[in-house]
Design a protein. Structure first.
Ligand code: TRP
Ligand code: SF4
Length: 542
């Protein structure tokens, strides 16, 4: 994730987060404002400046789901979830289910060692640690190959930063005995997996996703495929739901990893009604026709030609748009299949399987089935059952069994000076290595959402939703204490809290936090040798 920078949400009004377990409400972080309405698309660029002007667009444009929708399914959700800092996800349900049912699951994220770890990175450290504490296999990696190739850092710089990230992660509670820490460059299994995944991805595809062109370094491309391997690495020995906590700028990586996870499988599973292959839209049309006809003639065999006739009758005469064309091609397919009965079935398709594995799959499928050259149609298995059988057979025969990885997305923090939080502007962020007094001073000089005068503040209340100091409370300083976070918020917007005192309190809490954090870092510093991670890169220094 790139936390180098982030942008303030312009708040339009206040919003409350969903009720927490106790039924109380914690003020959520405000939703993206409407003043970005002119810009109608958001770009997610992993190596860009990663500003998100309107988080809501990410839902429509990229199909990221709102976190609110899964919150209830998460046992004891983390405060970043309760407060809406974690605002979106892909497929987190599978991870929440594993947590509830005590099934295996994993969490993994990676850090590009380009500078000091700061309070933006702390969000991700906390997310990894929390999942570990909920029983997940936890992985944290140093993206040194990416830092070297995409950001041009020398190995010497990388070594120093890597050490600092790891120390902060440990100081915040990561358990290295129970979790895995690694560097991309020295993890041979990750490199091998990257190579295999690279077989399924080509240059045009990376170009389209990441805007790569003829000038793009080969090593930069290699770092992308390495990240794909990072994301799937927790499942190398056994498939399990895996969550990747990151900023939304990393979503292109997550989407590609989800795709590759499916592409490298021995088998794919689809649903169908007849022996021929239909695309998703054609499939939907056939499904509609089947449903109507099955209801009309419950005791009769429904044949492809019947469905063709039905769709024909639904077709608007003379129409030539895309829908009509799709309808035509579906009708043609159905006519060609003629008298073949339409029957819902689950199809297991051979993608990369060995002959032996395909034979074993035929054996393993229970109930009625029909075997074709490169697929098997099963009539008694649900989609999930078919996926399970296919995965088991693949794993038994040396294939991968990856489940599509899940992700959760957190908001970028606002800079203390307003605008973006940027690693290159020291006053805009608090480094986890800042002297506690420096941290105190930075909070004291932070921008606020306060009114011009104390009088106005009492009258109108402060704008907590636009206040970087309130963010510090919500994201970090209030910790797990929802009541405290709510109190700060309510007092602020109710005009009972004035910025001077509010900042003093925040500054003191920040000083305490840094003091404690750095003490723990020192304790770990002494034990660092015992860990299974190397900080002196054997690479040429450049
Ligand atoms: N690309 C990430 C960043 O820019 C770092 C990273 C590498 C990563 N591998 C990963 C993040 C795997 C999540 C999962 O910070
Ligand atoms: Fe921000 Fe606190 Fe001022 Fe409210 S009172 S605007 S939270 S600094």
């Amino acid at each position: 994730m790139t936390h180098d920078s982030s942008e303030s949400d312009s708040a339009d009004g206040t919003e409350s987060s969903p009720a927490t377990d106790s039924g109380e409400k914690t003020p959520a972080v405000a939703d993206g404002g409407t003043d970005a309405a002119g810009a109608d698309s958001v770009t997610l660029d992993p190596w860009g400046s990663s500003t998100v002007s309107d988080y809501r667009k990410l839902f429509d444009q990229f199909g990221i789901e709102t976190f609110d929708e899964v919150l209830e399914e998460v046992p004891n959700p983390h405060y970043l979830m309760r407060r809406g800092v974690i605002f979106g996800h892909r497929d987190y349900r599978t991870v929440a289910r594993a947590m509830r049912e005590d099934d295996p699951f994993a969490v993994l994220s990676g850090f590009m060692p380009t500078g000091d770890p700061h309070i933006g990175h702390k969000l991700v450290f906390d997310e990894i640690i929390w999942h570990q504490q909920q029983g997940g296999d936890a992985y944290a990696l140093i993206a040194d190959l990416e830092a070297h190739s995409a950001r041009g850092l020398s190995w010497e710089e990388i070594d120093e930063h890597a050490r600092n990230y790891v120390l902060s992660l440990l100081a915040l509670g990561f358990d290295p005995e129970d979790g895995t820490l690694y560097r991309q460059s020295t993890n041979r299994e990750v490199q091998d997996l990257a190579f295999e995944l690279g077989v399924e991805a080509n240059f045009s595809e990376l170009g389209a996703i990441y805007d790569f062109d003829g000038e793009t370094d080969v090593s930069h491309m290699q770092s992308v495929i390495t990240q794909m391997a990072d994301i799937l690495y927790p499942q190398l020995d056994s498939p399990k739901p895996t969550v990747i906590p990151v900023g939304p700028d990393q979503d292109p990586h997550v989407r590609l990893a989800r795709d590759l996870a499916a592409r490298v499988q021995f088998f794919g599973v689809t649903e169908s009604y007849a022996s021929f292959e239909a695309g998703p839209e054609e499939h939907a049309l056939i499904a509609d026709a089947y449903e109507v006809l099955a209801e009309r003639h419950p005791d009769e065999t429904i044949r492809c030609v019947d469905a063709a006739n039905y769709l024909e009758s639904e077709r608007e005469p003379g129409a030539t748009d895309a829908t009509a064309t799709m309808l035509d091609s579906t009708i043609t397919m159905l006519r060609e299949a003629g008298k073949e009965p339409l029957r819902p079935r689950v199809r297991i398709v051979d993608r990369n399987a060995t002959e032996e594995a395909f034979e074993a799959l035929i054996e393993a499928v229970d109930g009625e089935k029909r075997v074709y050259d490169a697929h098997i149609d099963t009539f008694d298995l649900s989609r999930e059952e078919a996926e399970d059988v296919a995965r088991e057979v693949a794993l038994d025969h040396g294939g991968y069994g990856f489940l599509a990885p899940s992700s959760i997305y957190h908001r970028f923090m606002t800079g203390l000076t307003g605008g973006k939080m940027s690693s290159s502007v020291p006053a805009s962020h608090i480094s986890l290595l800042d002297d506690p007094e420096t941290g105190y001073d930075k909070v004291k000089s932070a921008t606020t959402g306060g009114r011009e005068t104390a009088e106005k503040q009492r009258e109108l209340g402060g704008k907590a939703d636009e206040c970087p100091v309130y963010e510090l409370y919500a994201y970090l300083l209030a910790g797990d204490d929802d009541e405290f976070a709510t109190e700060v918020y309510e007092e602020c917007v109710g005009g009972e809290r004035l910025c001077g005192g509010c900042k003093e309190q925040a500054a003191e809490l920040m000083e305490e936090f840094l003091d404690e954090h750095q003490e723990k870092r020192e304790e770990w510093e002494e034990k660092l040798d015992e860990l299974d991670i190397e900080f002196d890169s054997p690479r040429a220094r450049n």
